[in-house]
Design a protein around this ligand. Structure first.
Ligand code: TTP
Ligand code: MG
Length: 433
């Protein structure tokens, strides 16, 4: 059976939702992002892209390039709801679905083409159903593996529908810049170029993957395979949440101890809130800090009792932070919790009395925020942060997947793939597309 993977990626996702909901925004440059002077663009409509506005660009720069743009604050919870609707449509086409973020997912559709006139017809059907039901445009890519499917969905954006048959793969990818490979960020691109690899074909012609080791470290095999159009990674449709964390790359490095402390409090608040949303408690708390030169340090601690409490997360993060012994300036900070207790605990009648007053307070706050918005009730320190315009930048990160080596105690990260400056986890910046 021929393997066919589909990658569905919504066009200008947040901005398209805003245009869908506001007649007056249609056809106009819409920029969604933080509104403070330090804010960045989360995304923008294709009309705004024509002015040179891009994701992760500072809003200051965006406003310079496109003063007539419509600038909007993101509504993350609402976008998540739309995302869930889209996922439920995709799930009807294939149960083998792996969402990568709010707006993109892989589907393994091997052997399912017979329900349609082939994989391309199936892609068209999904696009149409998403458009008719949700009113948004998706780009769809289909290929013999994940990397080619992801590439395909990007080739004709917006409103793309592209299939890369295996026999066409090599001729198509060999002239593309190395940056187009999935997982090659700015840093690795630079290293590859310095070593004389500009196009994917340059890597494919190497003849021996070991020659890549000095540049790509433990990613060499993956990069070498990709350069040959090969990617054996399965669509991970059943992956349970393994960790929940938030991290943030700052537009300007931070070194003021008060601000750093506020950030730790913020991460503790945010991660605890998300753990409660998922009814999870974890034993392992990890922190991550990255310096301006990209050196990255992680420390973790395992607690005997699993927790989802904000105060515990904050206190442990401080113990770990002191252990690292660095004071900045920091490019990135973050907290992740993993090692979850098996399944949500069933409450028995007697257990009810076990619920601590802290839990009751946290749940009450969650309810108020769910009804009235996050700003309705907030700790003083976090309110200040929100007012300063930081809040918008921290999108809930992908629930998941400690990257290789990420949770290992005390190991500065050298893996080139992890050196990509993250704006949001699991997002690659694609420049100039
Ligand atoms: P993308 O799929 O990367 O971008 P997009 O859907 O806006 O545009 P397109 O796919 O047509 O190129 O990301 C999906 C959403 O994730 C995006 O709408 C906003 C959010 N996002 C951020 O918040 N910050 C970022 O840096 C990026 C790239 C995306
Ligand atoms: Mg998208």
């Amino acid at each position: 059976m021929k393997r066919w993977i589909m990658h569905v990626d919504m066009d200008a996702f947040y901005a398209s939702i805003e245009q869908r909901d506001h007649e007056e925004y249609k056809g106009r440059p819409v920029i969604v992002g933080g509104l403070s002077s330090r804010g960045v663009v989360a995304t923008c409509s294709y009309e705004a892209r024509a002015f040179g506005v891009r994701s992760a660009m500072s809003l200051r720069e965006a406003k310079r390039r496109c003063p007539q743009g419509i600038y909007l604050w993101p509504r993350h919870d609402y976008y998540s709801e739309v995302s869930a609707e889209i996922q439920s449509i995709m799930r009807r086409y294939s149960p083998y679905i792996e969402p990568l973020s709010l707006d993109e997912a892989f589907l393994d559709i091997s052997g399912m083409g017979h329900m349609f006139k082939g994989p391309l017809a199936m892609g068209r059907a999904i696009k149409e159903e998403i458009y008719e039901t949700v009113g948004l445009v998706a780009s769809v890519g289909i290929g013999p593996n994940k990397w080619l499917a992801k590439l395909a969905s990007d080739l004709k954006k917006p409103n793309g529908l592209v299939i890369i048959p295996p026999e066409k793969a090599m001729s198509l990818i060999q002239n593309l810049p190395v940056r187009r490979m999935w997982g090659v960020g700015t840093k690795m691109e630079e290293a590859l170029k310095n070593a004389g690899f500009h196009r994917i074909g340059d890597i494919a012609a190497l003849g021996d993957e070991r020659k890549l080791t000095p540049i790509c470290g433990n990613q060499s095999k993956a990069i070498y395979d990709m350069a040959h159009g090969i990617d054996h990674r399965p669509v991970e449709y059943n992956r349970a949440i393994q960790s929940i964390g938030n991290e943030l790359t700052y537009e300007e490095d931070i070194s003021d101890p008060e601000i750093i402390d506020r950030e730790w409090r913020y991460f503790a608040y945010k991660v605890a809130k998300r753990l409660r949303e998922h009814h999870l408690k974890g034993h392992t708390i990890a922190i991550k800090v990255r310096l301006s030169n990209f050196s990255t340090y992680t420390r973790q601690k395992r607690l005997t009792e699993a927790t989802n409490r904000e105060d515990v997360l904050y206190q442990v993060s401080q113990v770990l932070y002191n252990k690292i012994g660095l004071t900045g300036p920091f490019r990135l900070l973050g907290i992740t919790v993993s090692g979850f207790d098996e399944g949500p605990k069933e409450l028995s009648l007697f257990d009810e009395y076990d619920v601590s007053s802290d839990d009751v307070l946290a749940n009450t706050l969650d309810e108020i925020q769910a009804k009235l918005g996050d700003q309705a009730i907030m700790k003083g320190s976090l309110w200040q942060r929100y007012r300063d315009g930081k809040e918008h930048q921290t999108q809930a990160l992908q629930d998941a997947r400690p990257k290789e080596g990420e949770l290992e105690e005390g190991i500065p990260q050298g893996g080139a793939l992890s050196e990509e400056p993250l704006v949001m986890d699991c997002h690659q910046q694609t420049e100039g597309t």
